[in-house]
Design a protein around this ligand. Structure first.
Ligand code: HMG
Length: 432
C-alpha cells in the first residue's frame, strides 16, 4: 500500500478537508487515525496533563505532509510539524526531484547508545582501570539485571570500556536499546553500576547518565540528482551543480556558513522528530557535537558535482538516536498518527527516513540559495502569513496575497492597507 503510485501534484493547493479526503481515498491512514484528522482537539487537556507537569494548556502546531520520499525503494508520506511554510514546500519540492532521480539510499551504521559514569578521588587510576576491566562481564550482567525488560526484548548492555581523563576515571557502557531512545534504560543501568564501580576504583561517583553524543547510532543518507532537474538548460544546470558543490565546501571550511547549512538540515529533521514524538534536543545536541568531531564545526552534509555521471551527489551522516516506543509516543494521538502515516517504521527505518529528509531539505535550500536566492520562494508564502497577520479572513487571503506579491517591499503595513482597501471595495459593491 505504501508503494502505490500516487499523484501529489497540487496537494498544496487543496484545503485541509480535501487533503484528508485524499488520504482516505488512498488508504494512507488507519481508520482510527483518519478519524483523528477531523478532531479539532487532538490532544485533550487531561491527556496533556498526563504527559508532562504543571500543564495549563496546549500549544498547537500545524501538522503537514511532505509527500513521496523514495527511500531504499520504499515510498513514504512524511509527517512534518513546523510553523515554517517554506520548509514544507522545500521538502516536498526536493522529494519530488530526488524521487525522479532514483530516490535516497540510506543505511544504519549501528544502533546502540552509550552511558557515561565519571568517578573522582581515585588515587591509583591505572589500578582502578585494571580492576574495572577485570570485572567487565560481571558489571555488564549487573547493568542488565537493573533493566531486565530490555534484555527480554533482545537488547541490553553489551560492552564496557574505561579511560582516565584529567582527574577522573570515565566508564562507558554501551547498550542496545532496541526501539527506545534509551535515556531511562541507560540512566537506570549506569546508576546501578555506581556503587560497584566505586568499590572497584576506590573512588566516588561524580555523575552517571546517558551521553547524547550518540556516535554508535550513526545513519547515512545519500542521493544522486540528475542534472536536468536543476535546470532544463544543460549549461545552467552544470553551473548550479558546481555552485551547490562550492556551497558545500564552504560549509566544511567556515563556521558562519556551517551553522546556517546545518540549520537548513534541521529545518526538516526537527519537523519529523517533533511529529514522531521524539526528543529533538537530544537529536540536535548529538548532531552538533558530531559536526565538530575533528575539532572544527562543519557542515553535516556534502555535495559533489560528478561531471562524468552528470549528476550531483549528496551525502549526510549524523547520529540519529530516534525511538518508536517510549516517552510520549504512545500517549499523544497526533504522534500515533505520524507513525501510522509512515507505516509504523522501526527505529532503524525511522532514522533512515529522517536523515533522508535532512538531506532533501538541505538540497532545496542550497538550490534556492545558488540560483534564485532564498527570498524568491519565500515571497508567496510570506505574503500569506502577512495577510493572515493583517487580519484577513479565509475568503480574503487569496486577494490580499495576489496584490501583496506585486508590492515591494512586502510588509505588514502594506498588507493591512490592501486589506482595508479590499474591504472598502467589497462594502461599496455590496451597497450597489
Ligand atoms: P518553485 O520552483 O517555485 O516551486 O519552488 P513550484 O511552485 O514550481 O512547485 C514545485 C513543487 O514544490 C510542488 O509541486 C510542490 O511539491 C512543492 P506541485 O505540487 O506543484 O506539483 N511546493 C509546495 N509544496 C507545498 N506548499 C507549497 C509549495 N510550493 C511548492 N506552497 C520552493 C518554491 C519554496 C519550493 C523553493 O523556492 C525552495 O525550495 N526554496 C527553499 C526554501 C527553504 O529552504 N526554506 C527554509 C527556510 S530558510 C532557512 O531557514 C534555511 C537556510 O538558511 C539554510 C541554508 O542557508 O542552507 C536557507
Amino acid at each position: 500500500m505504501v508503494n502505490k503510485k500516487l499523484n501529489w501534484s497540487g496537494f498544496a493547493r487543496k484545503t485541509p478537508a480535501e487533503r484528508a479526503a485524499y488520504l482516505k481515498e488512498h488508504k494512507l491512514l488507519s481508520d482510527d487515525s483518519q478519524q483523528l484528522l477531523a478532531d479539532e482537539e487532538l490532544l485533550s487537556l487531561s491527556r496533556a496533563d498526563q504527559i508532562t507537569e504543571n500543564v495549563i494548556g496546549r500549544l498547537a502546531l500545524p501538522f503537514s505532509i511532505a509527500p513521496d520520499f523514495l527511500i531504499n525503494h520504499q515510498v513514504y508520506q512524511v509527517p512534518f510539524v513546523t510553523e515554517e511554510p517554506s520548509v514544507v514546500a522545500a521538502a516536498s519540492f526536493a522529494a519530488q526531484i530526488i524521487k525522479r532521480s532514483g530516490g535516497f539510499t540510506a543505511r544504519i551504521h549501528s544502533r546502540q547508545m552509550v552511558g557515561q559514569l565519571a568517578i573522582y578521588d581515585v588515587t591509583d587510576k591505572e589500578k582502578a582501570q585494571e580492576a574495572i576491566l577485570a570485572q567487565k562481564s560481571h558489571l555488564l550482567s549487573l547493568a542488565n539485571q537493573a533493566y531486565p525488560s530490555i534484555v527480554k526484548r533482545g537488547g541490553g548492555a553489551c560492552d564496557l570500556s574505561v579511560e582516565a581523563k584529567d582527574d577522573l576515571i570515565l566508564v562507558y557502557l554501551t547498550v542496545d536499546t532496541k526501539e527506545a531512545m534509551g535515556a531511562n534504560i541507560i540512566n537506570t543501568m549506569t546508576e546501578a553500576l555506581a556503587s560497584p564501580l566505586e568499590e572497584l576504583s576506590r573512588g566516588r561517583t561524580l555523575l552517571a547518565v546517558l551521553s547524547n553524543y550518540a556516535v554508535k547510532s550513526l545513519v547515512t543518507a545519500e542521493c544522486q540528482i540528475k542534472l536536468r532537474f536543476l535546470s532544463r538548460n544543460k549549461e545552467q544546470a552544470q553551473v548550479f551543480a558546481r555552485k551547490i558543490a562550492l556551497a558545500s565546501q564552504l560549509a566544511q571550511a567556515d563556521v558562519y556558513r556551517a551553522s546556517t547549512h546545518n540549520k537548513g538540515i534541521f529545518n526538516g529533521i526537527d519537523a519529523v522528530v517533533l511529529a514522531t514524538g521524539n526528543d529533538w534536543r537530544a537529536i540536535e545536541a548529538g548532531a552538533h557535537a558530531y559536526a565538530c568531531k575533528d575539532g572544527q564545526y562543519r557542515g553535516l552534509s556534502t555535495w559533489t558535482y560528478d561531471s562524468d555521471e552528470n549528476s550531483l551527489k549528496g551525502q549526510l551522516t549524523l547520529p540519529m538516536p530516534i525511538a518508536t516506543k517510549g516517552g510520549s509516543i504512545g500517549l499523544n494521538p497526533s504522534v500515533r498518527l505520524a507513525h501510522d502515516l509512515l507505516g509504523e517504521p522501526s527505529a532503524k527505518e525511522l532514522a533512515q527516513i529522517i536523515a533522508s529528509v535532512g538531506l532533501a531539505q538541505n538540497f532545496a535550500a542550497l538550490k534556492a540559495l545558488t540560483s534564485t536566492g532564498i527570498q524568491a520562494g519565500h515571497m508567496k508564502l510570506q505574503a500569506k502569513s502577512l495577510a493572515l497577520s493583517a487580519g484577513a479572513k479565509e475568503g480574503e487571503v487569496a486577494a490580499v496575497v495576489s496584490q501583496l506579491i506585486e508590492t515591494k517591499p512586502m510588509n505588514l503595513e502594506k498588507a493591512k492597507a490592501i486589506l482595508s482597501d479590499l474591504r472598502q471595495q467589497n462594502a461599496h459593491s455590496s451597497q450597489k
